[in-house]
Design a binder for this molecule. Sequence first.
Ligand code: AHR
Length: 464
Amino acid sequence: MSLPSASPAQAAPGPSFTNPVVNVPNSADPTLVFHGGFYYYVATTWSSDVVMRRSTTVAGLRNAPEQVVFRTAGTAMWAPHLEMIGDRWYLYYSVEQSGGPRRTHALESAGTDPLGPYTDRGIIHLMPDNGWAIDASPLRLNGALYMTYSAFSPQDGLQSLYIAPLSNPWTAGAHGTRISAPTLAWERQDGAVNEGSFALQRNGRTFLTYSASHCNGPHYKLGMLEYSGGDPLATASWAKSPQPIFQRNDAAGVFGPGHHSFFTSPDGSETWIAYHANSSASQGCGTTRTTRVQKISWNADGTPNLGTPVSTSTVLQGPSGEAGAAPAPVALRNRHSGLCLDDYDWATTPGAEVRQWTCNGAAVQNWTLTPTENGYYRIRNGHSGLCLDNKDFATAPGSVVQQWTCNGATVQQWRPVPVGEGYSTLVNRHSGLCLDNYNWGTAPGAEVRQWTCNNNNAQRWSIT
Ligand code: AHR
């Protein structure tokens, strides 16, 4: 693979496309994840099967073959959510089952391949009396794991958003508590509903976005809660935006946009939304809903800006860093120090130091992430053109991190592991150690080493 020139690679988008990226019938309630050089796509199938598509580009999803990854024991499989937790993939979905209400089930992958095989981890007992529960979507917060989902309130019968603690990725530590009910007028059109929650986390802030109003009409839309601190299980810990954040665009012929997920571009520099929508105001929750994707942005106040749903005639450039396209630069900022990973003293020779410095957007703090395989990335400096490298193939805590001529070796491969609130740890493929703000430095010039992964703030990096 020829390396880009020493100057910072100019970001190049992936192949252009128009929406829908996946057509009926299995195209509602999409989850799209990029991992190891491929996008993996799952959606509602209405059958007993969980099926998955895989493509190196968004544009390629439309014709990517469906692969059955699991045959459930129920019927009308809804809203599968695909997520890596630790080093396993989990699929959460709901099905009707004989003799009881629709329940949420969990599958666990045997290894690190999203295509499986999967082990059935059974029903997650989220509501009392084996109650109805759908649209399960995990949330990492304050170092703990939770499940957000939709269920009918025993108090007022409203289909609301709930959150339950998880003792492991498939076991609820307690029944959930309600954190949002469809009380605002824009949440009650065609039917009062809150469902399809999906966490979006960035720079330590947690937004829980969700679908509101009933999917059987054009008013289905997205709303947003923000975590304000305190016990995540407490309603008071979540503040609801008074207005919707994404809704119908009649001029563009887009109706009932909702039940979404978010994904990151292959180079980590962009956030995108995948959602379903109808092309007519008269369509509803059936098999007319198709999957669309578009890039989101961020407001000056740090909240997400989802924009408006684009028409099916709008040509969009693919996500940055797709299929060999030059990746866009990102900054790697340490959660404890608030400093950025930096090519110290603007060095350019192999063996150059890597330190932390006040974030300034200079080329020495521009890093590009290029997928290698299996969720690992090459991390290359925009000034030196050298790669982040585990010096001398070390394996001991405290080992030195340097820059070295990019050579694709495992010492230059790092896996971002999301740990919630918009942060990830960066695990070296050779040492298994994490990129670490050594000795908890906070002054510019603070050292960076490798240390046993312990998920503390010295090992948490935002990639933005
Ligand atoms: O599409 C099936 C169900 O309809 C989804 O689980 C829910 O979010 C929507 O209302």
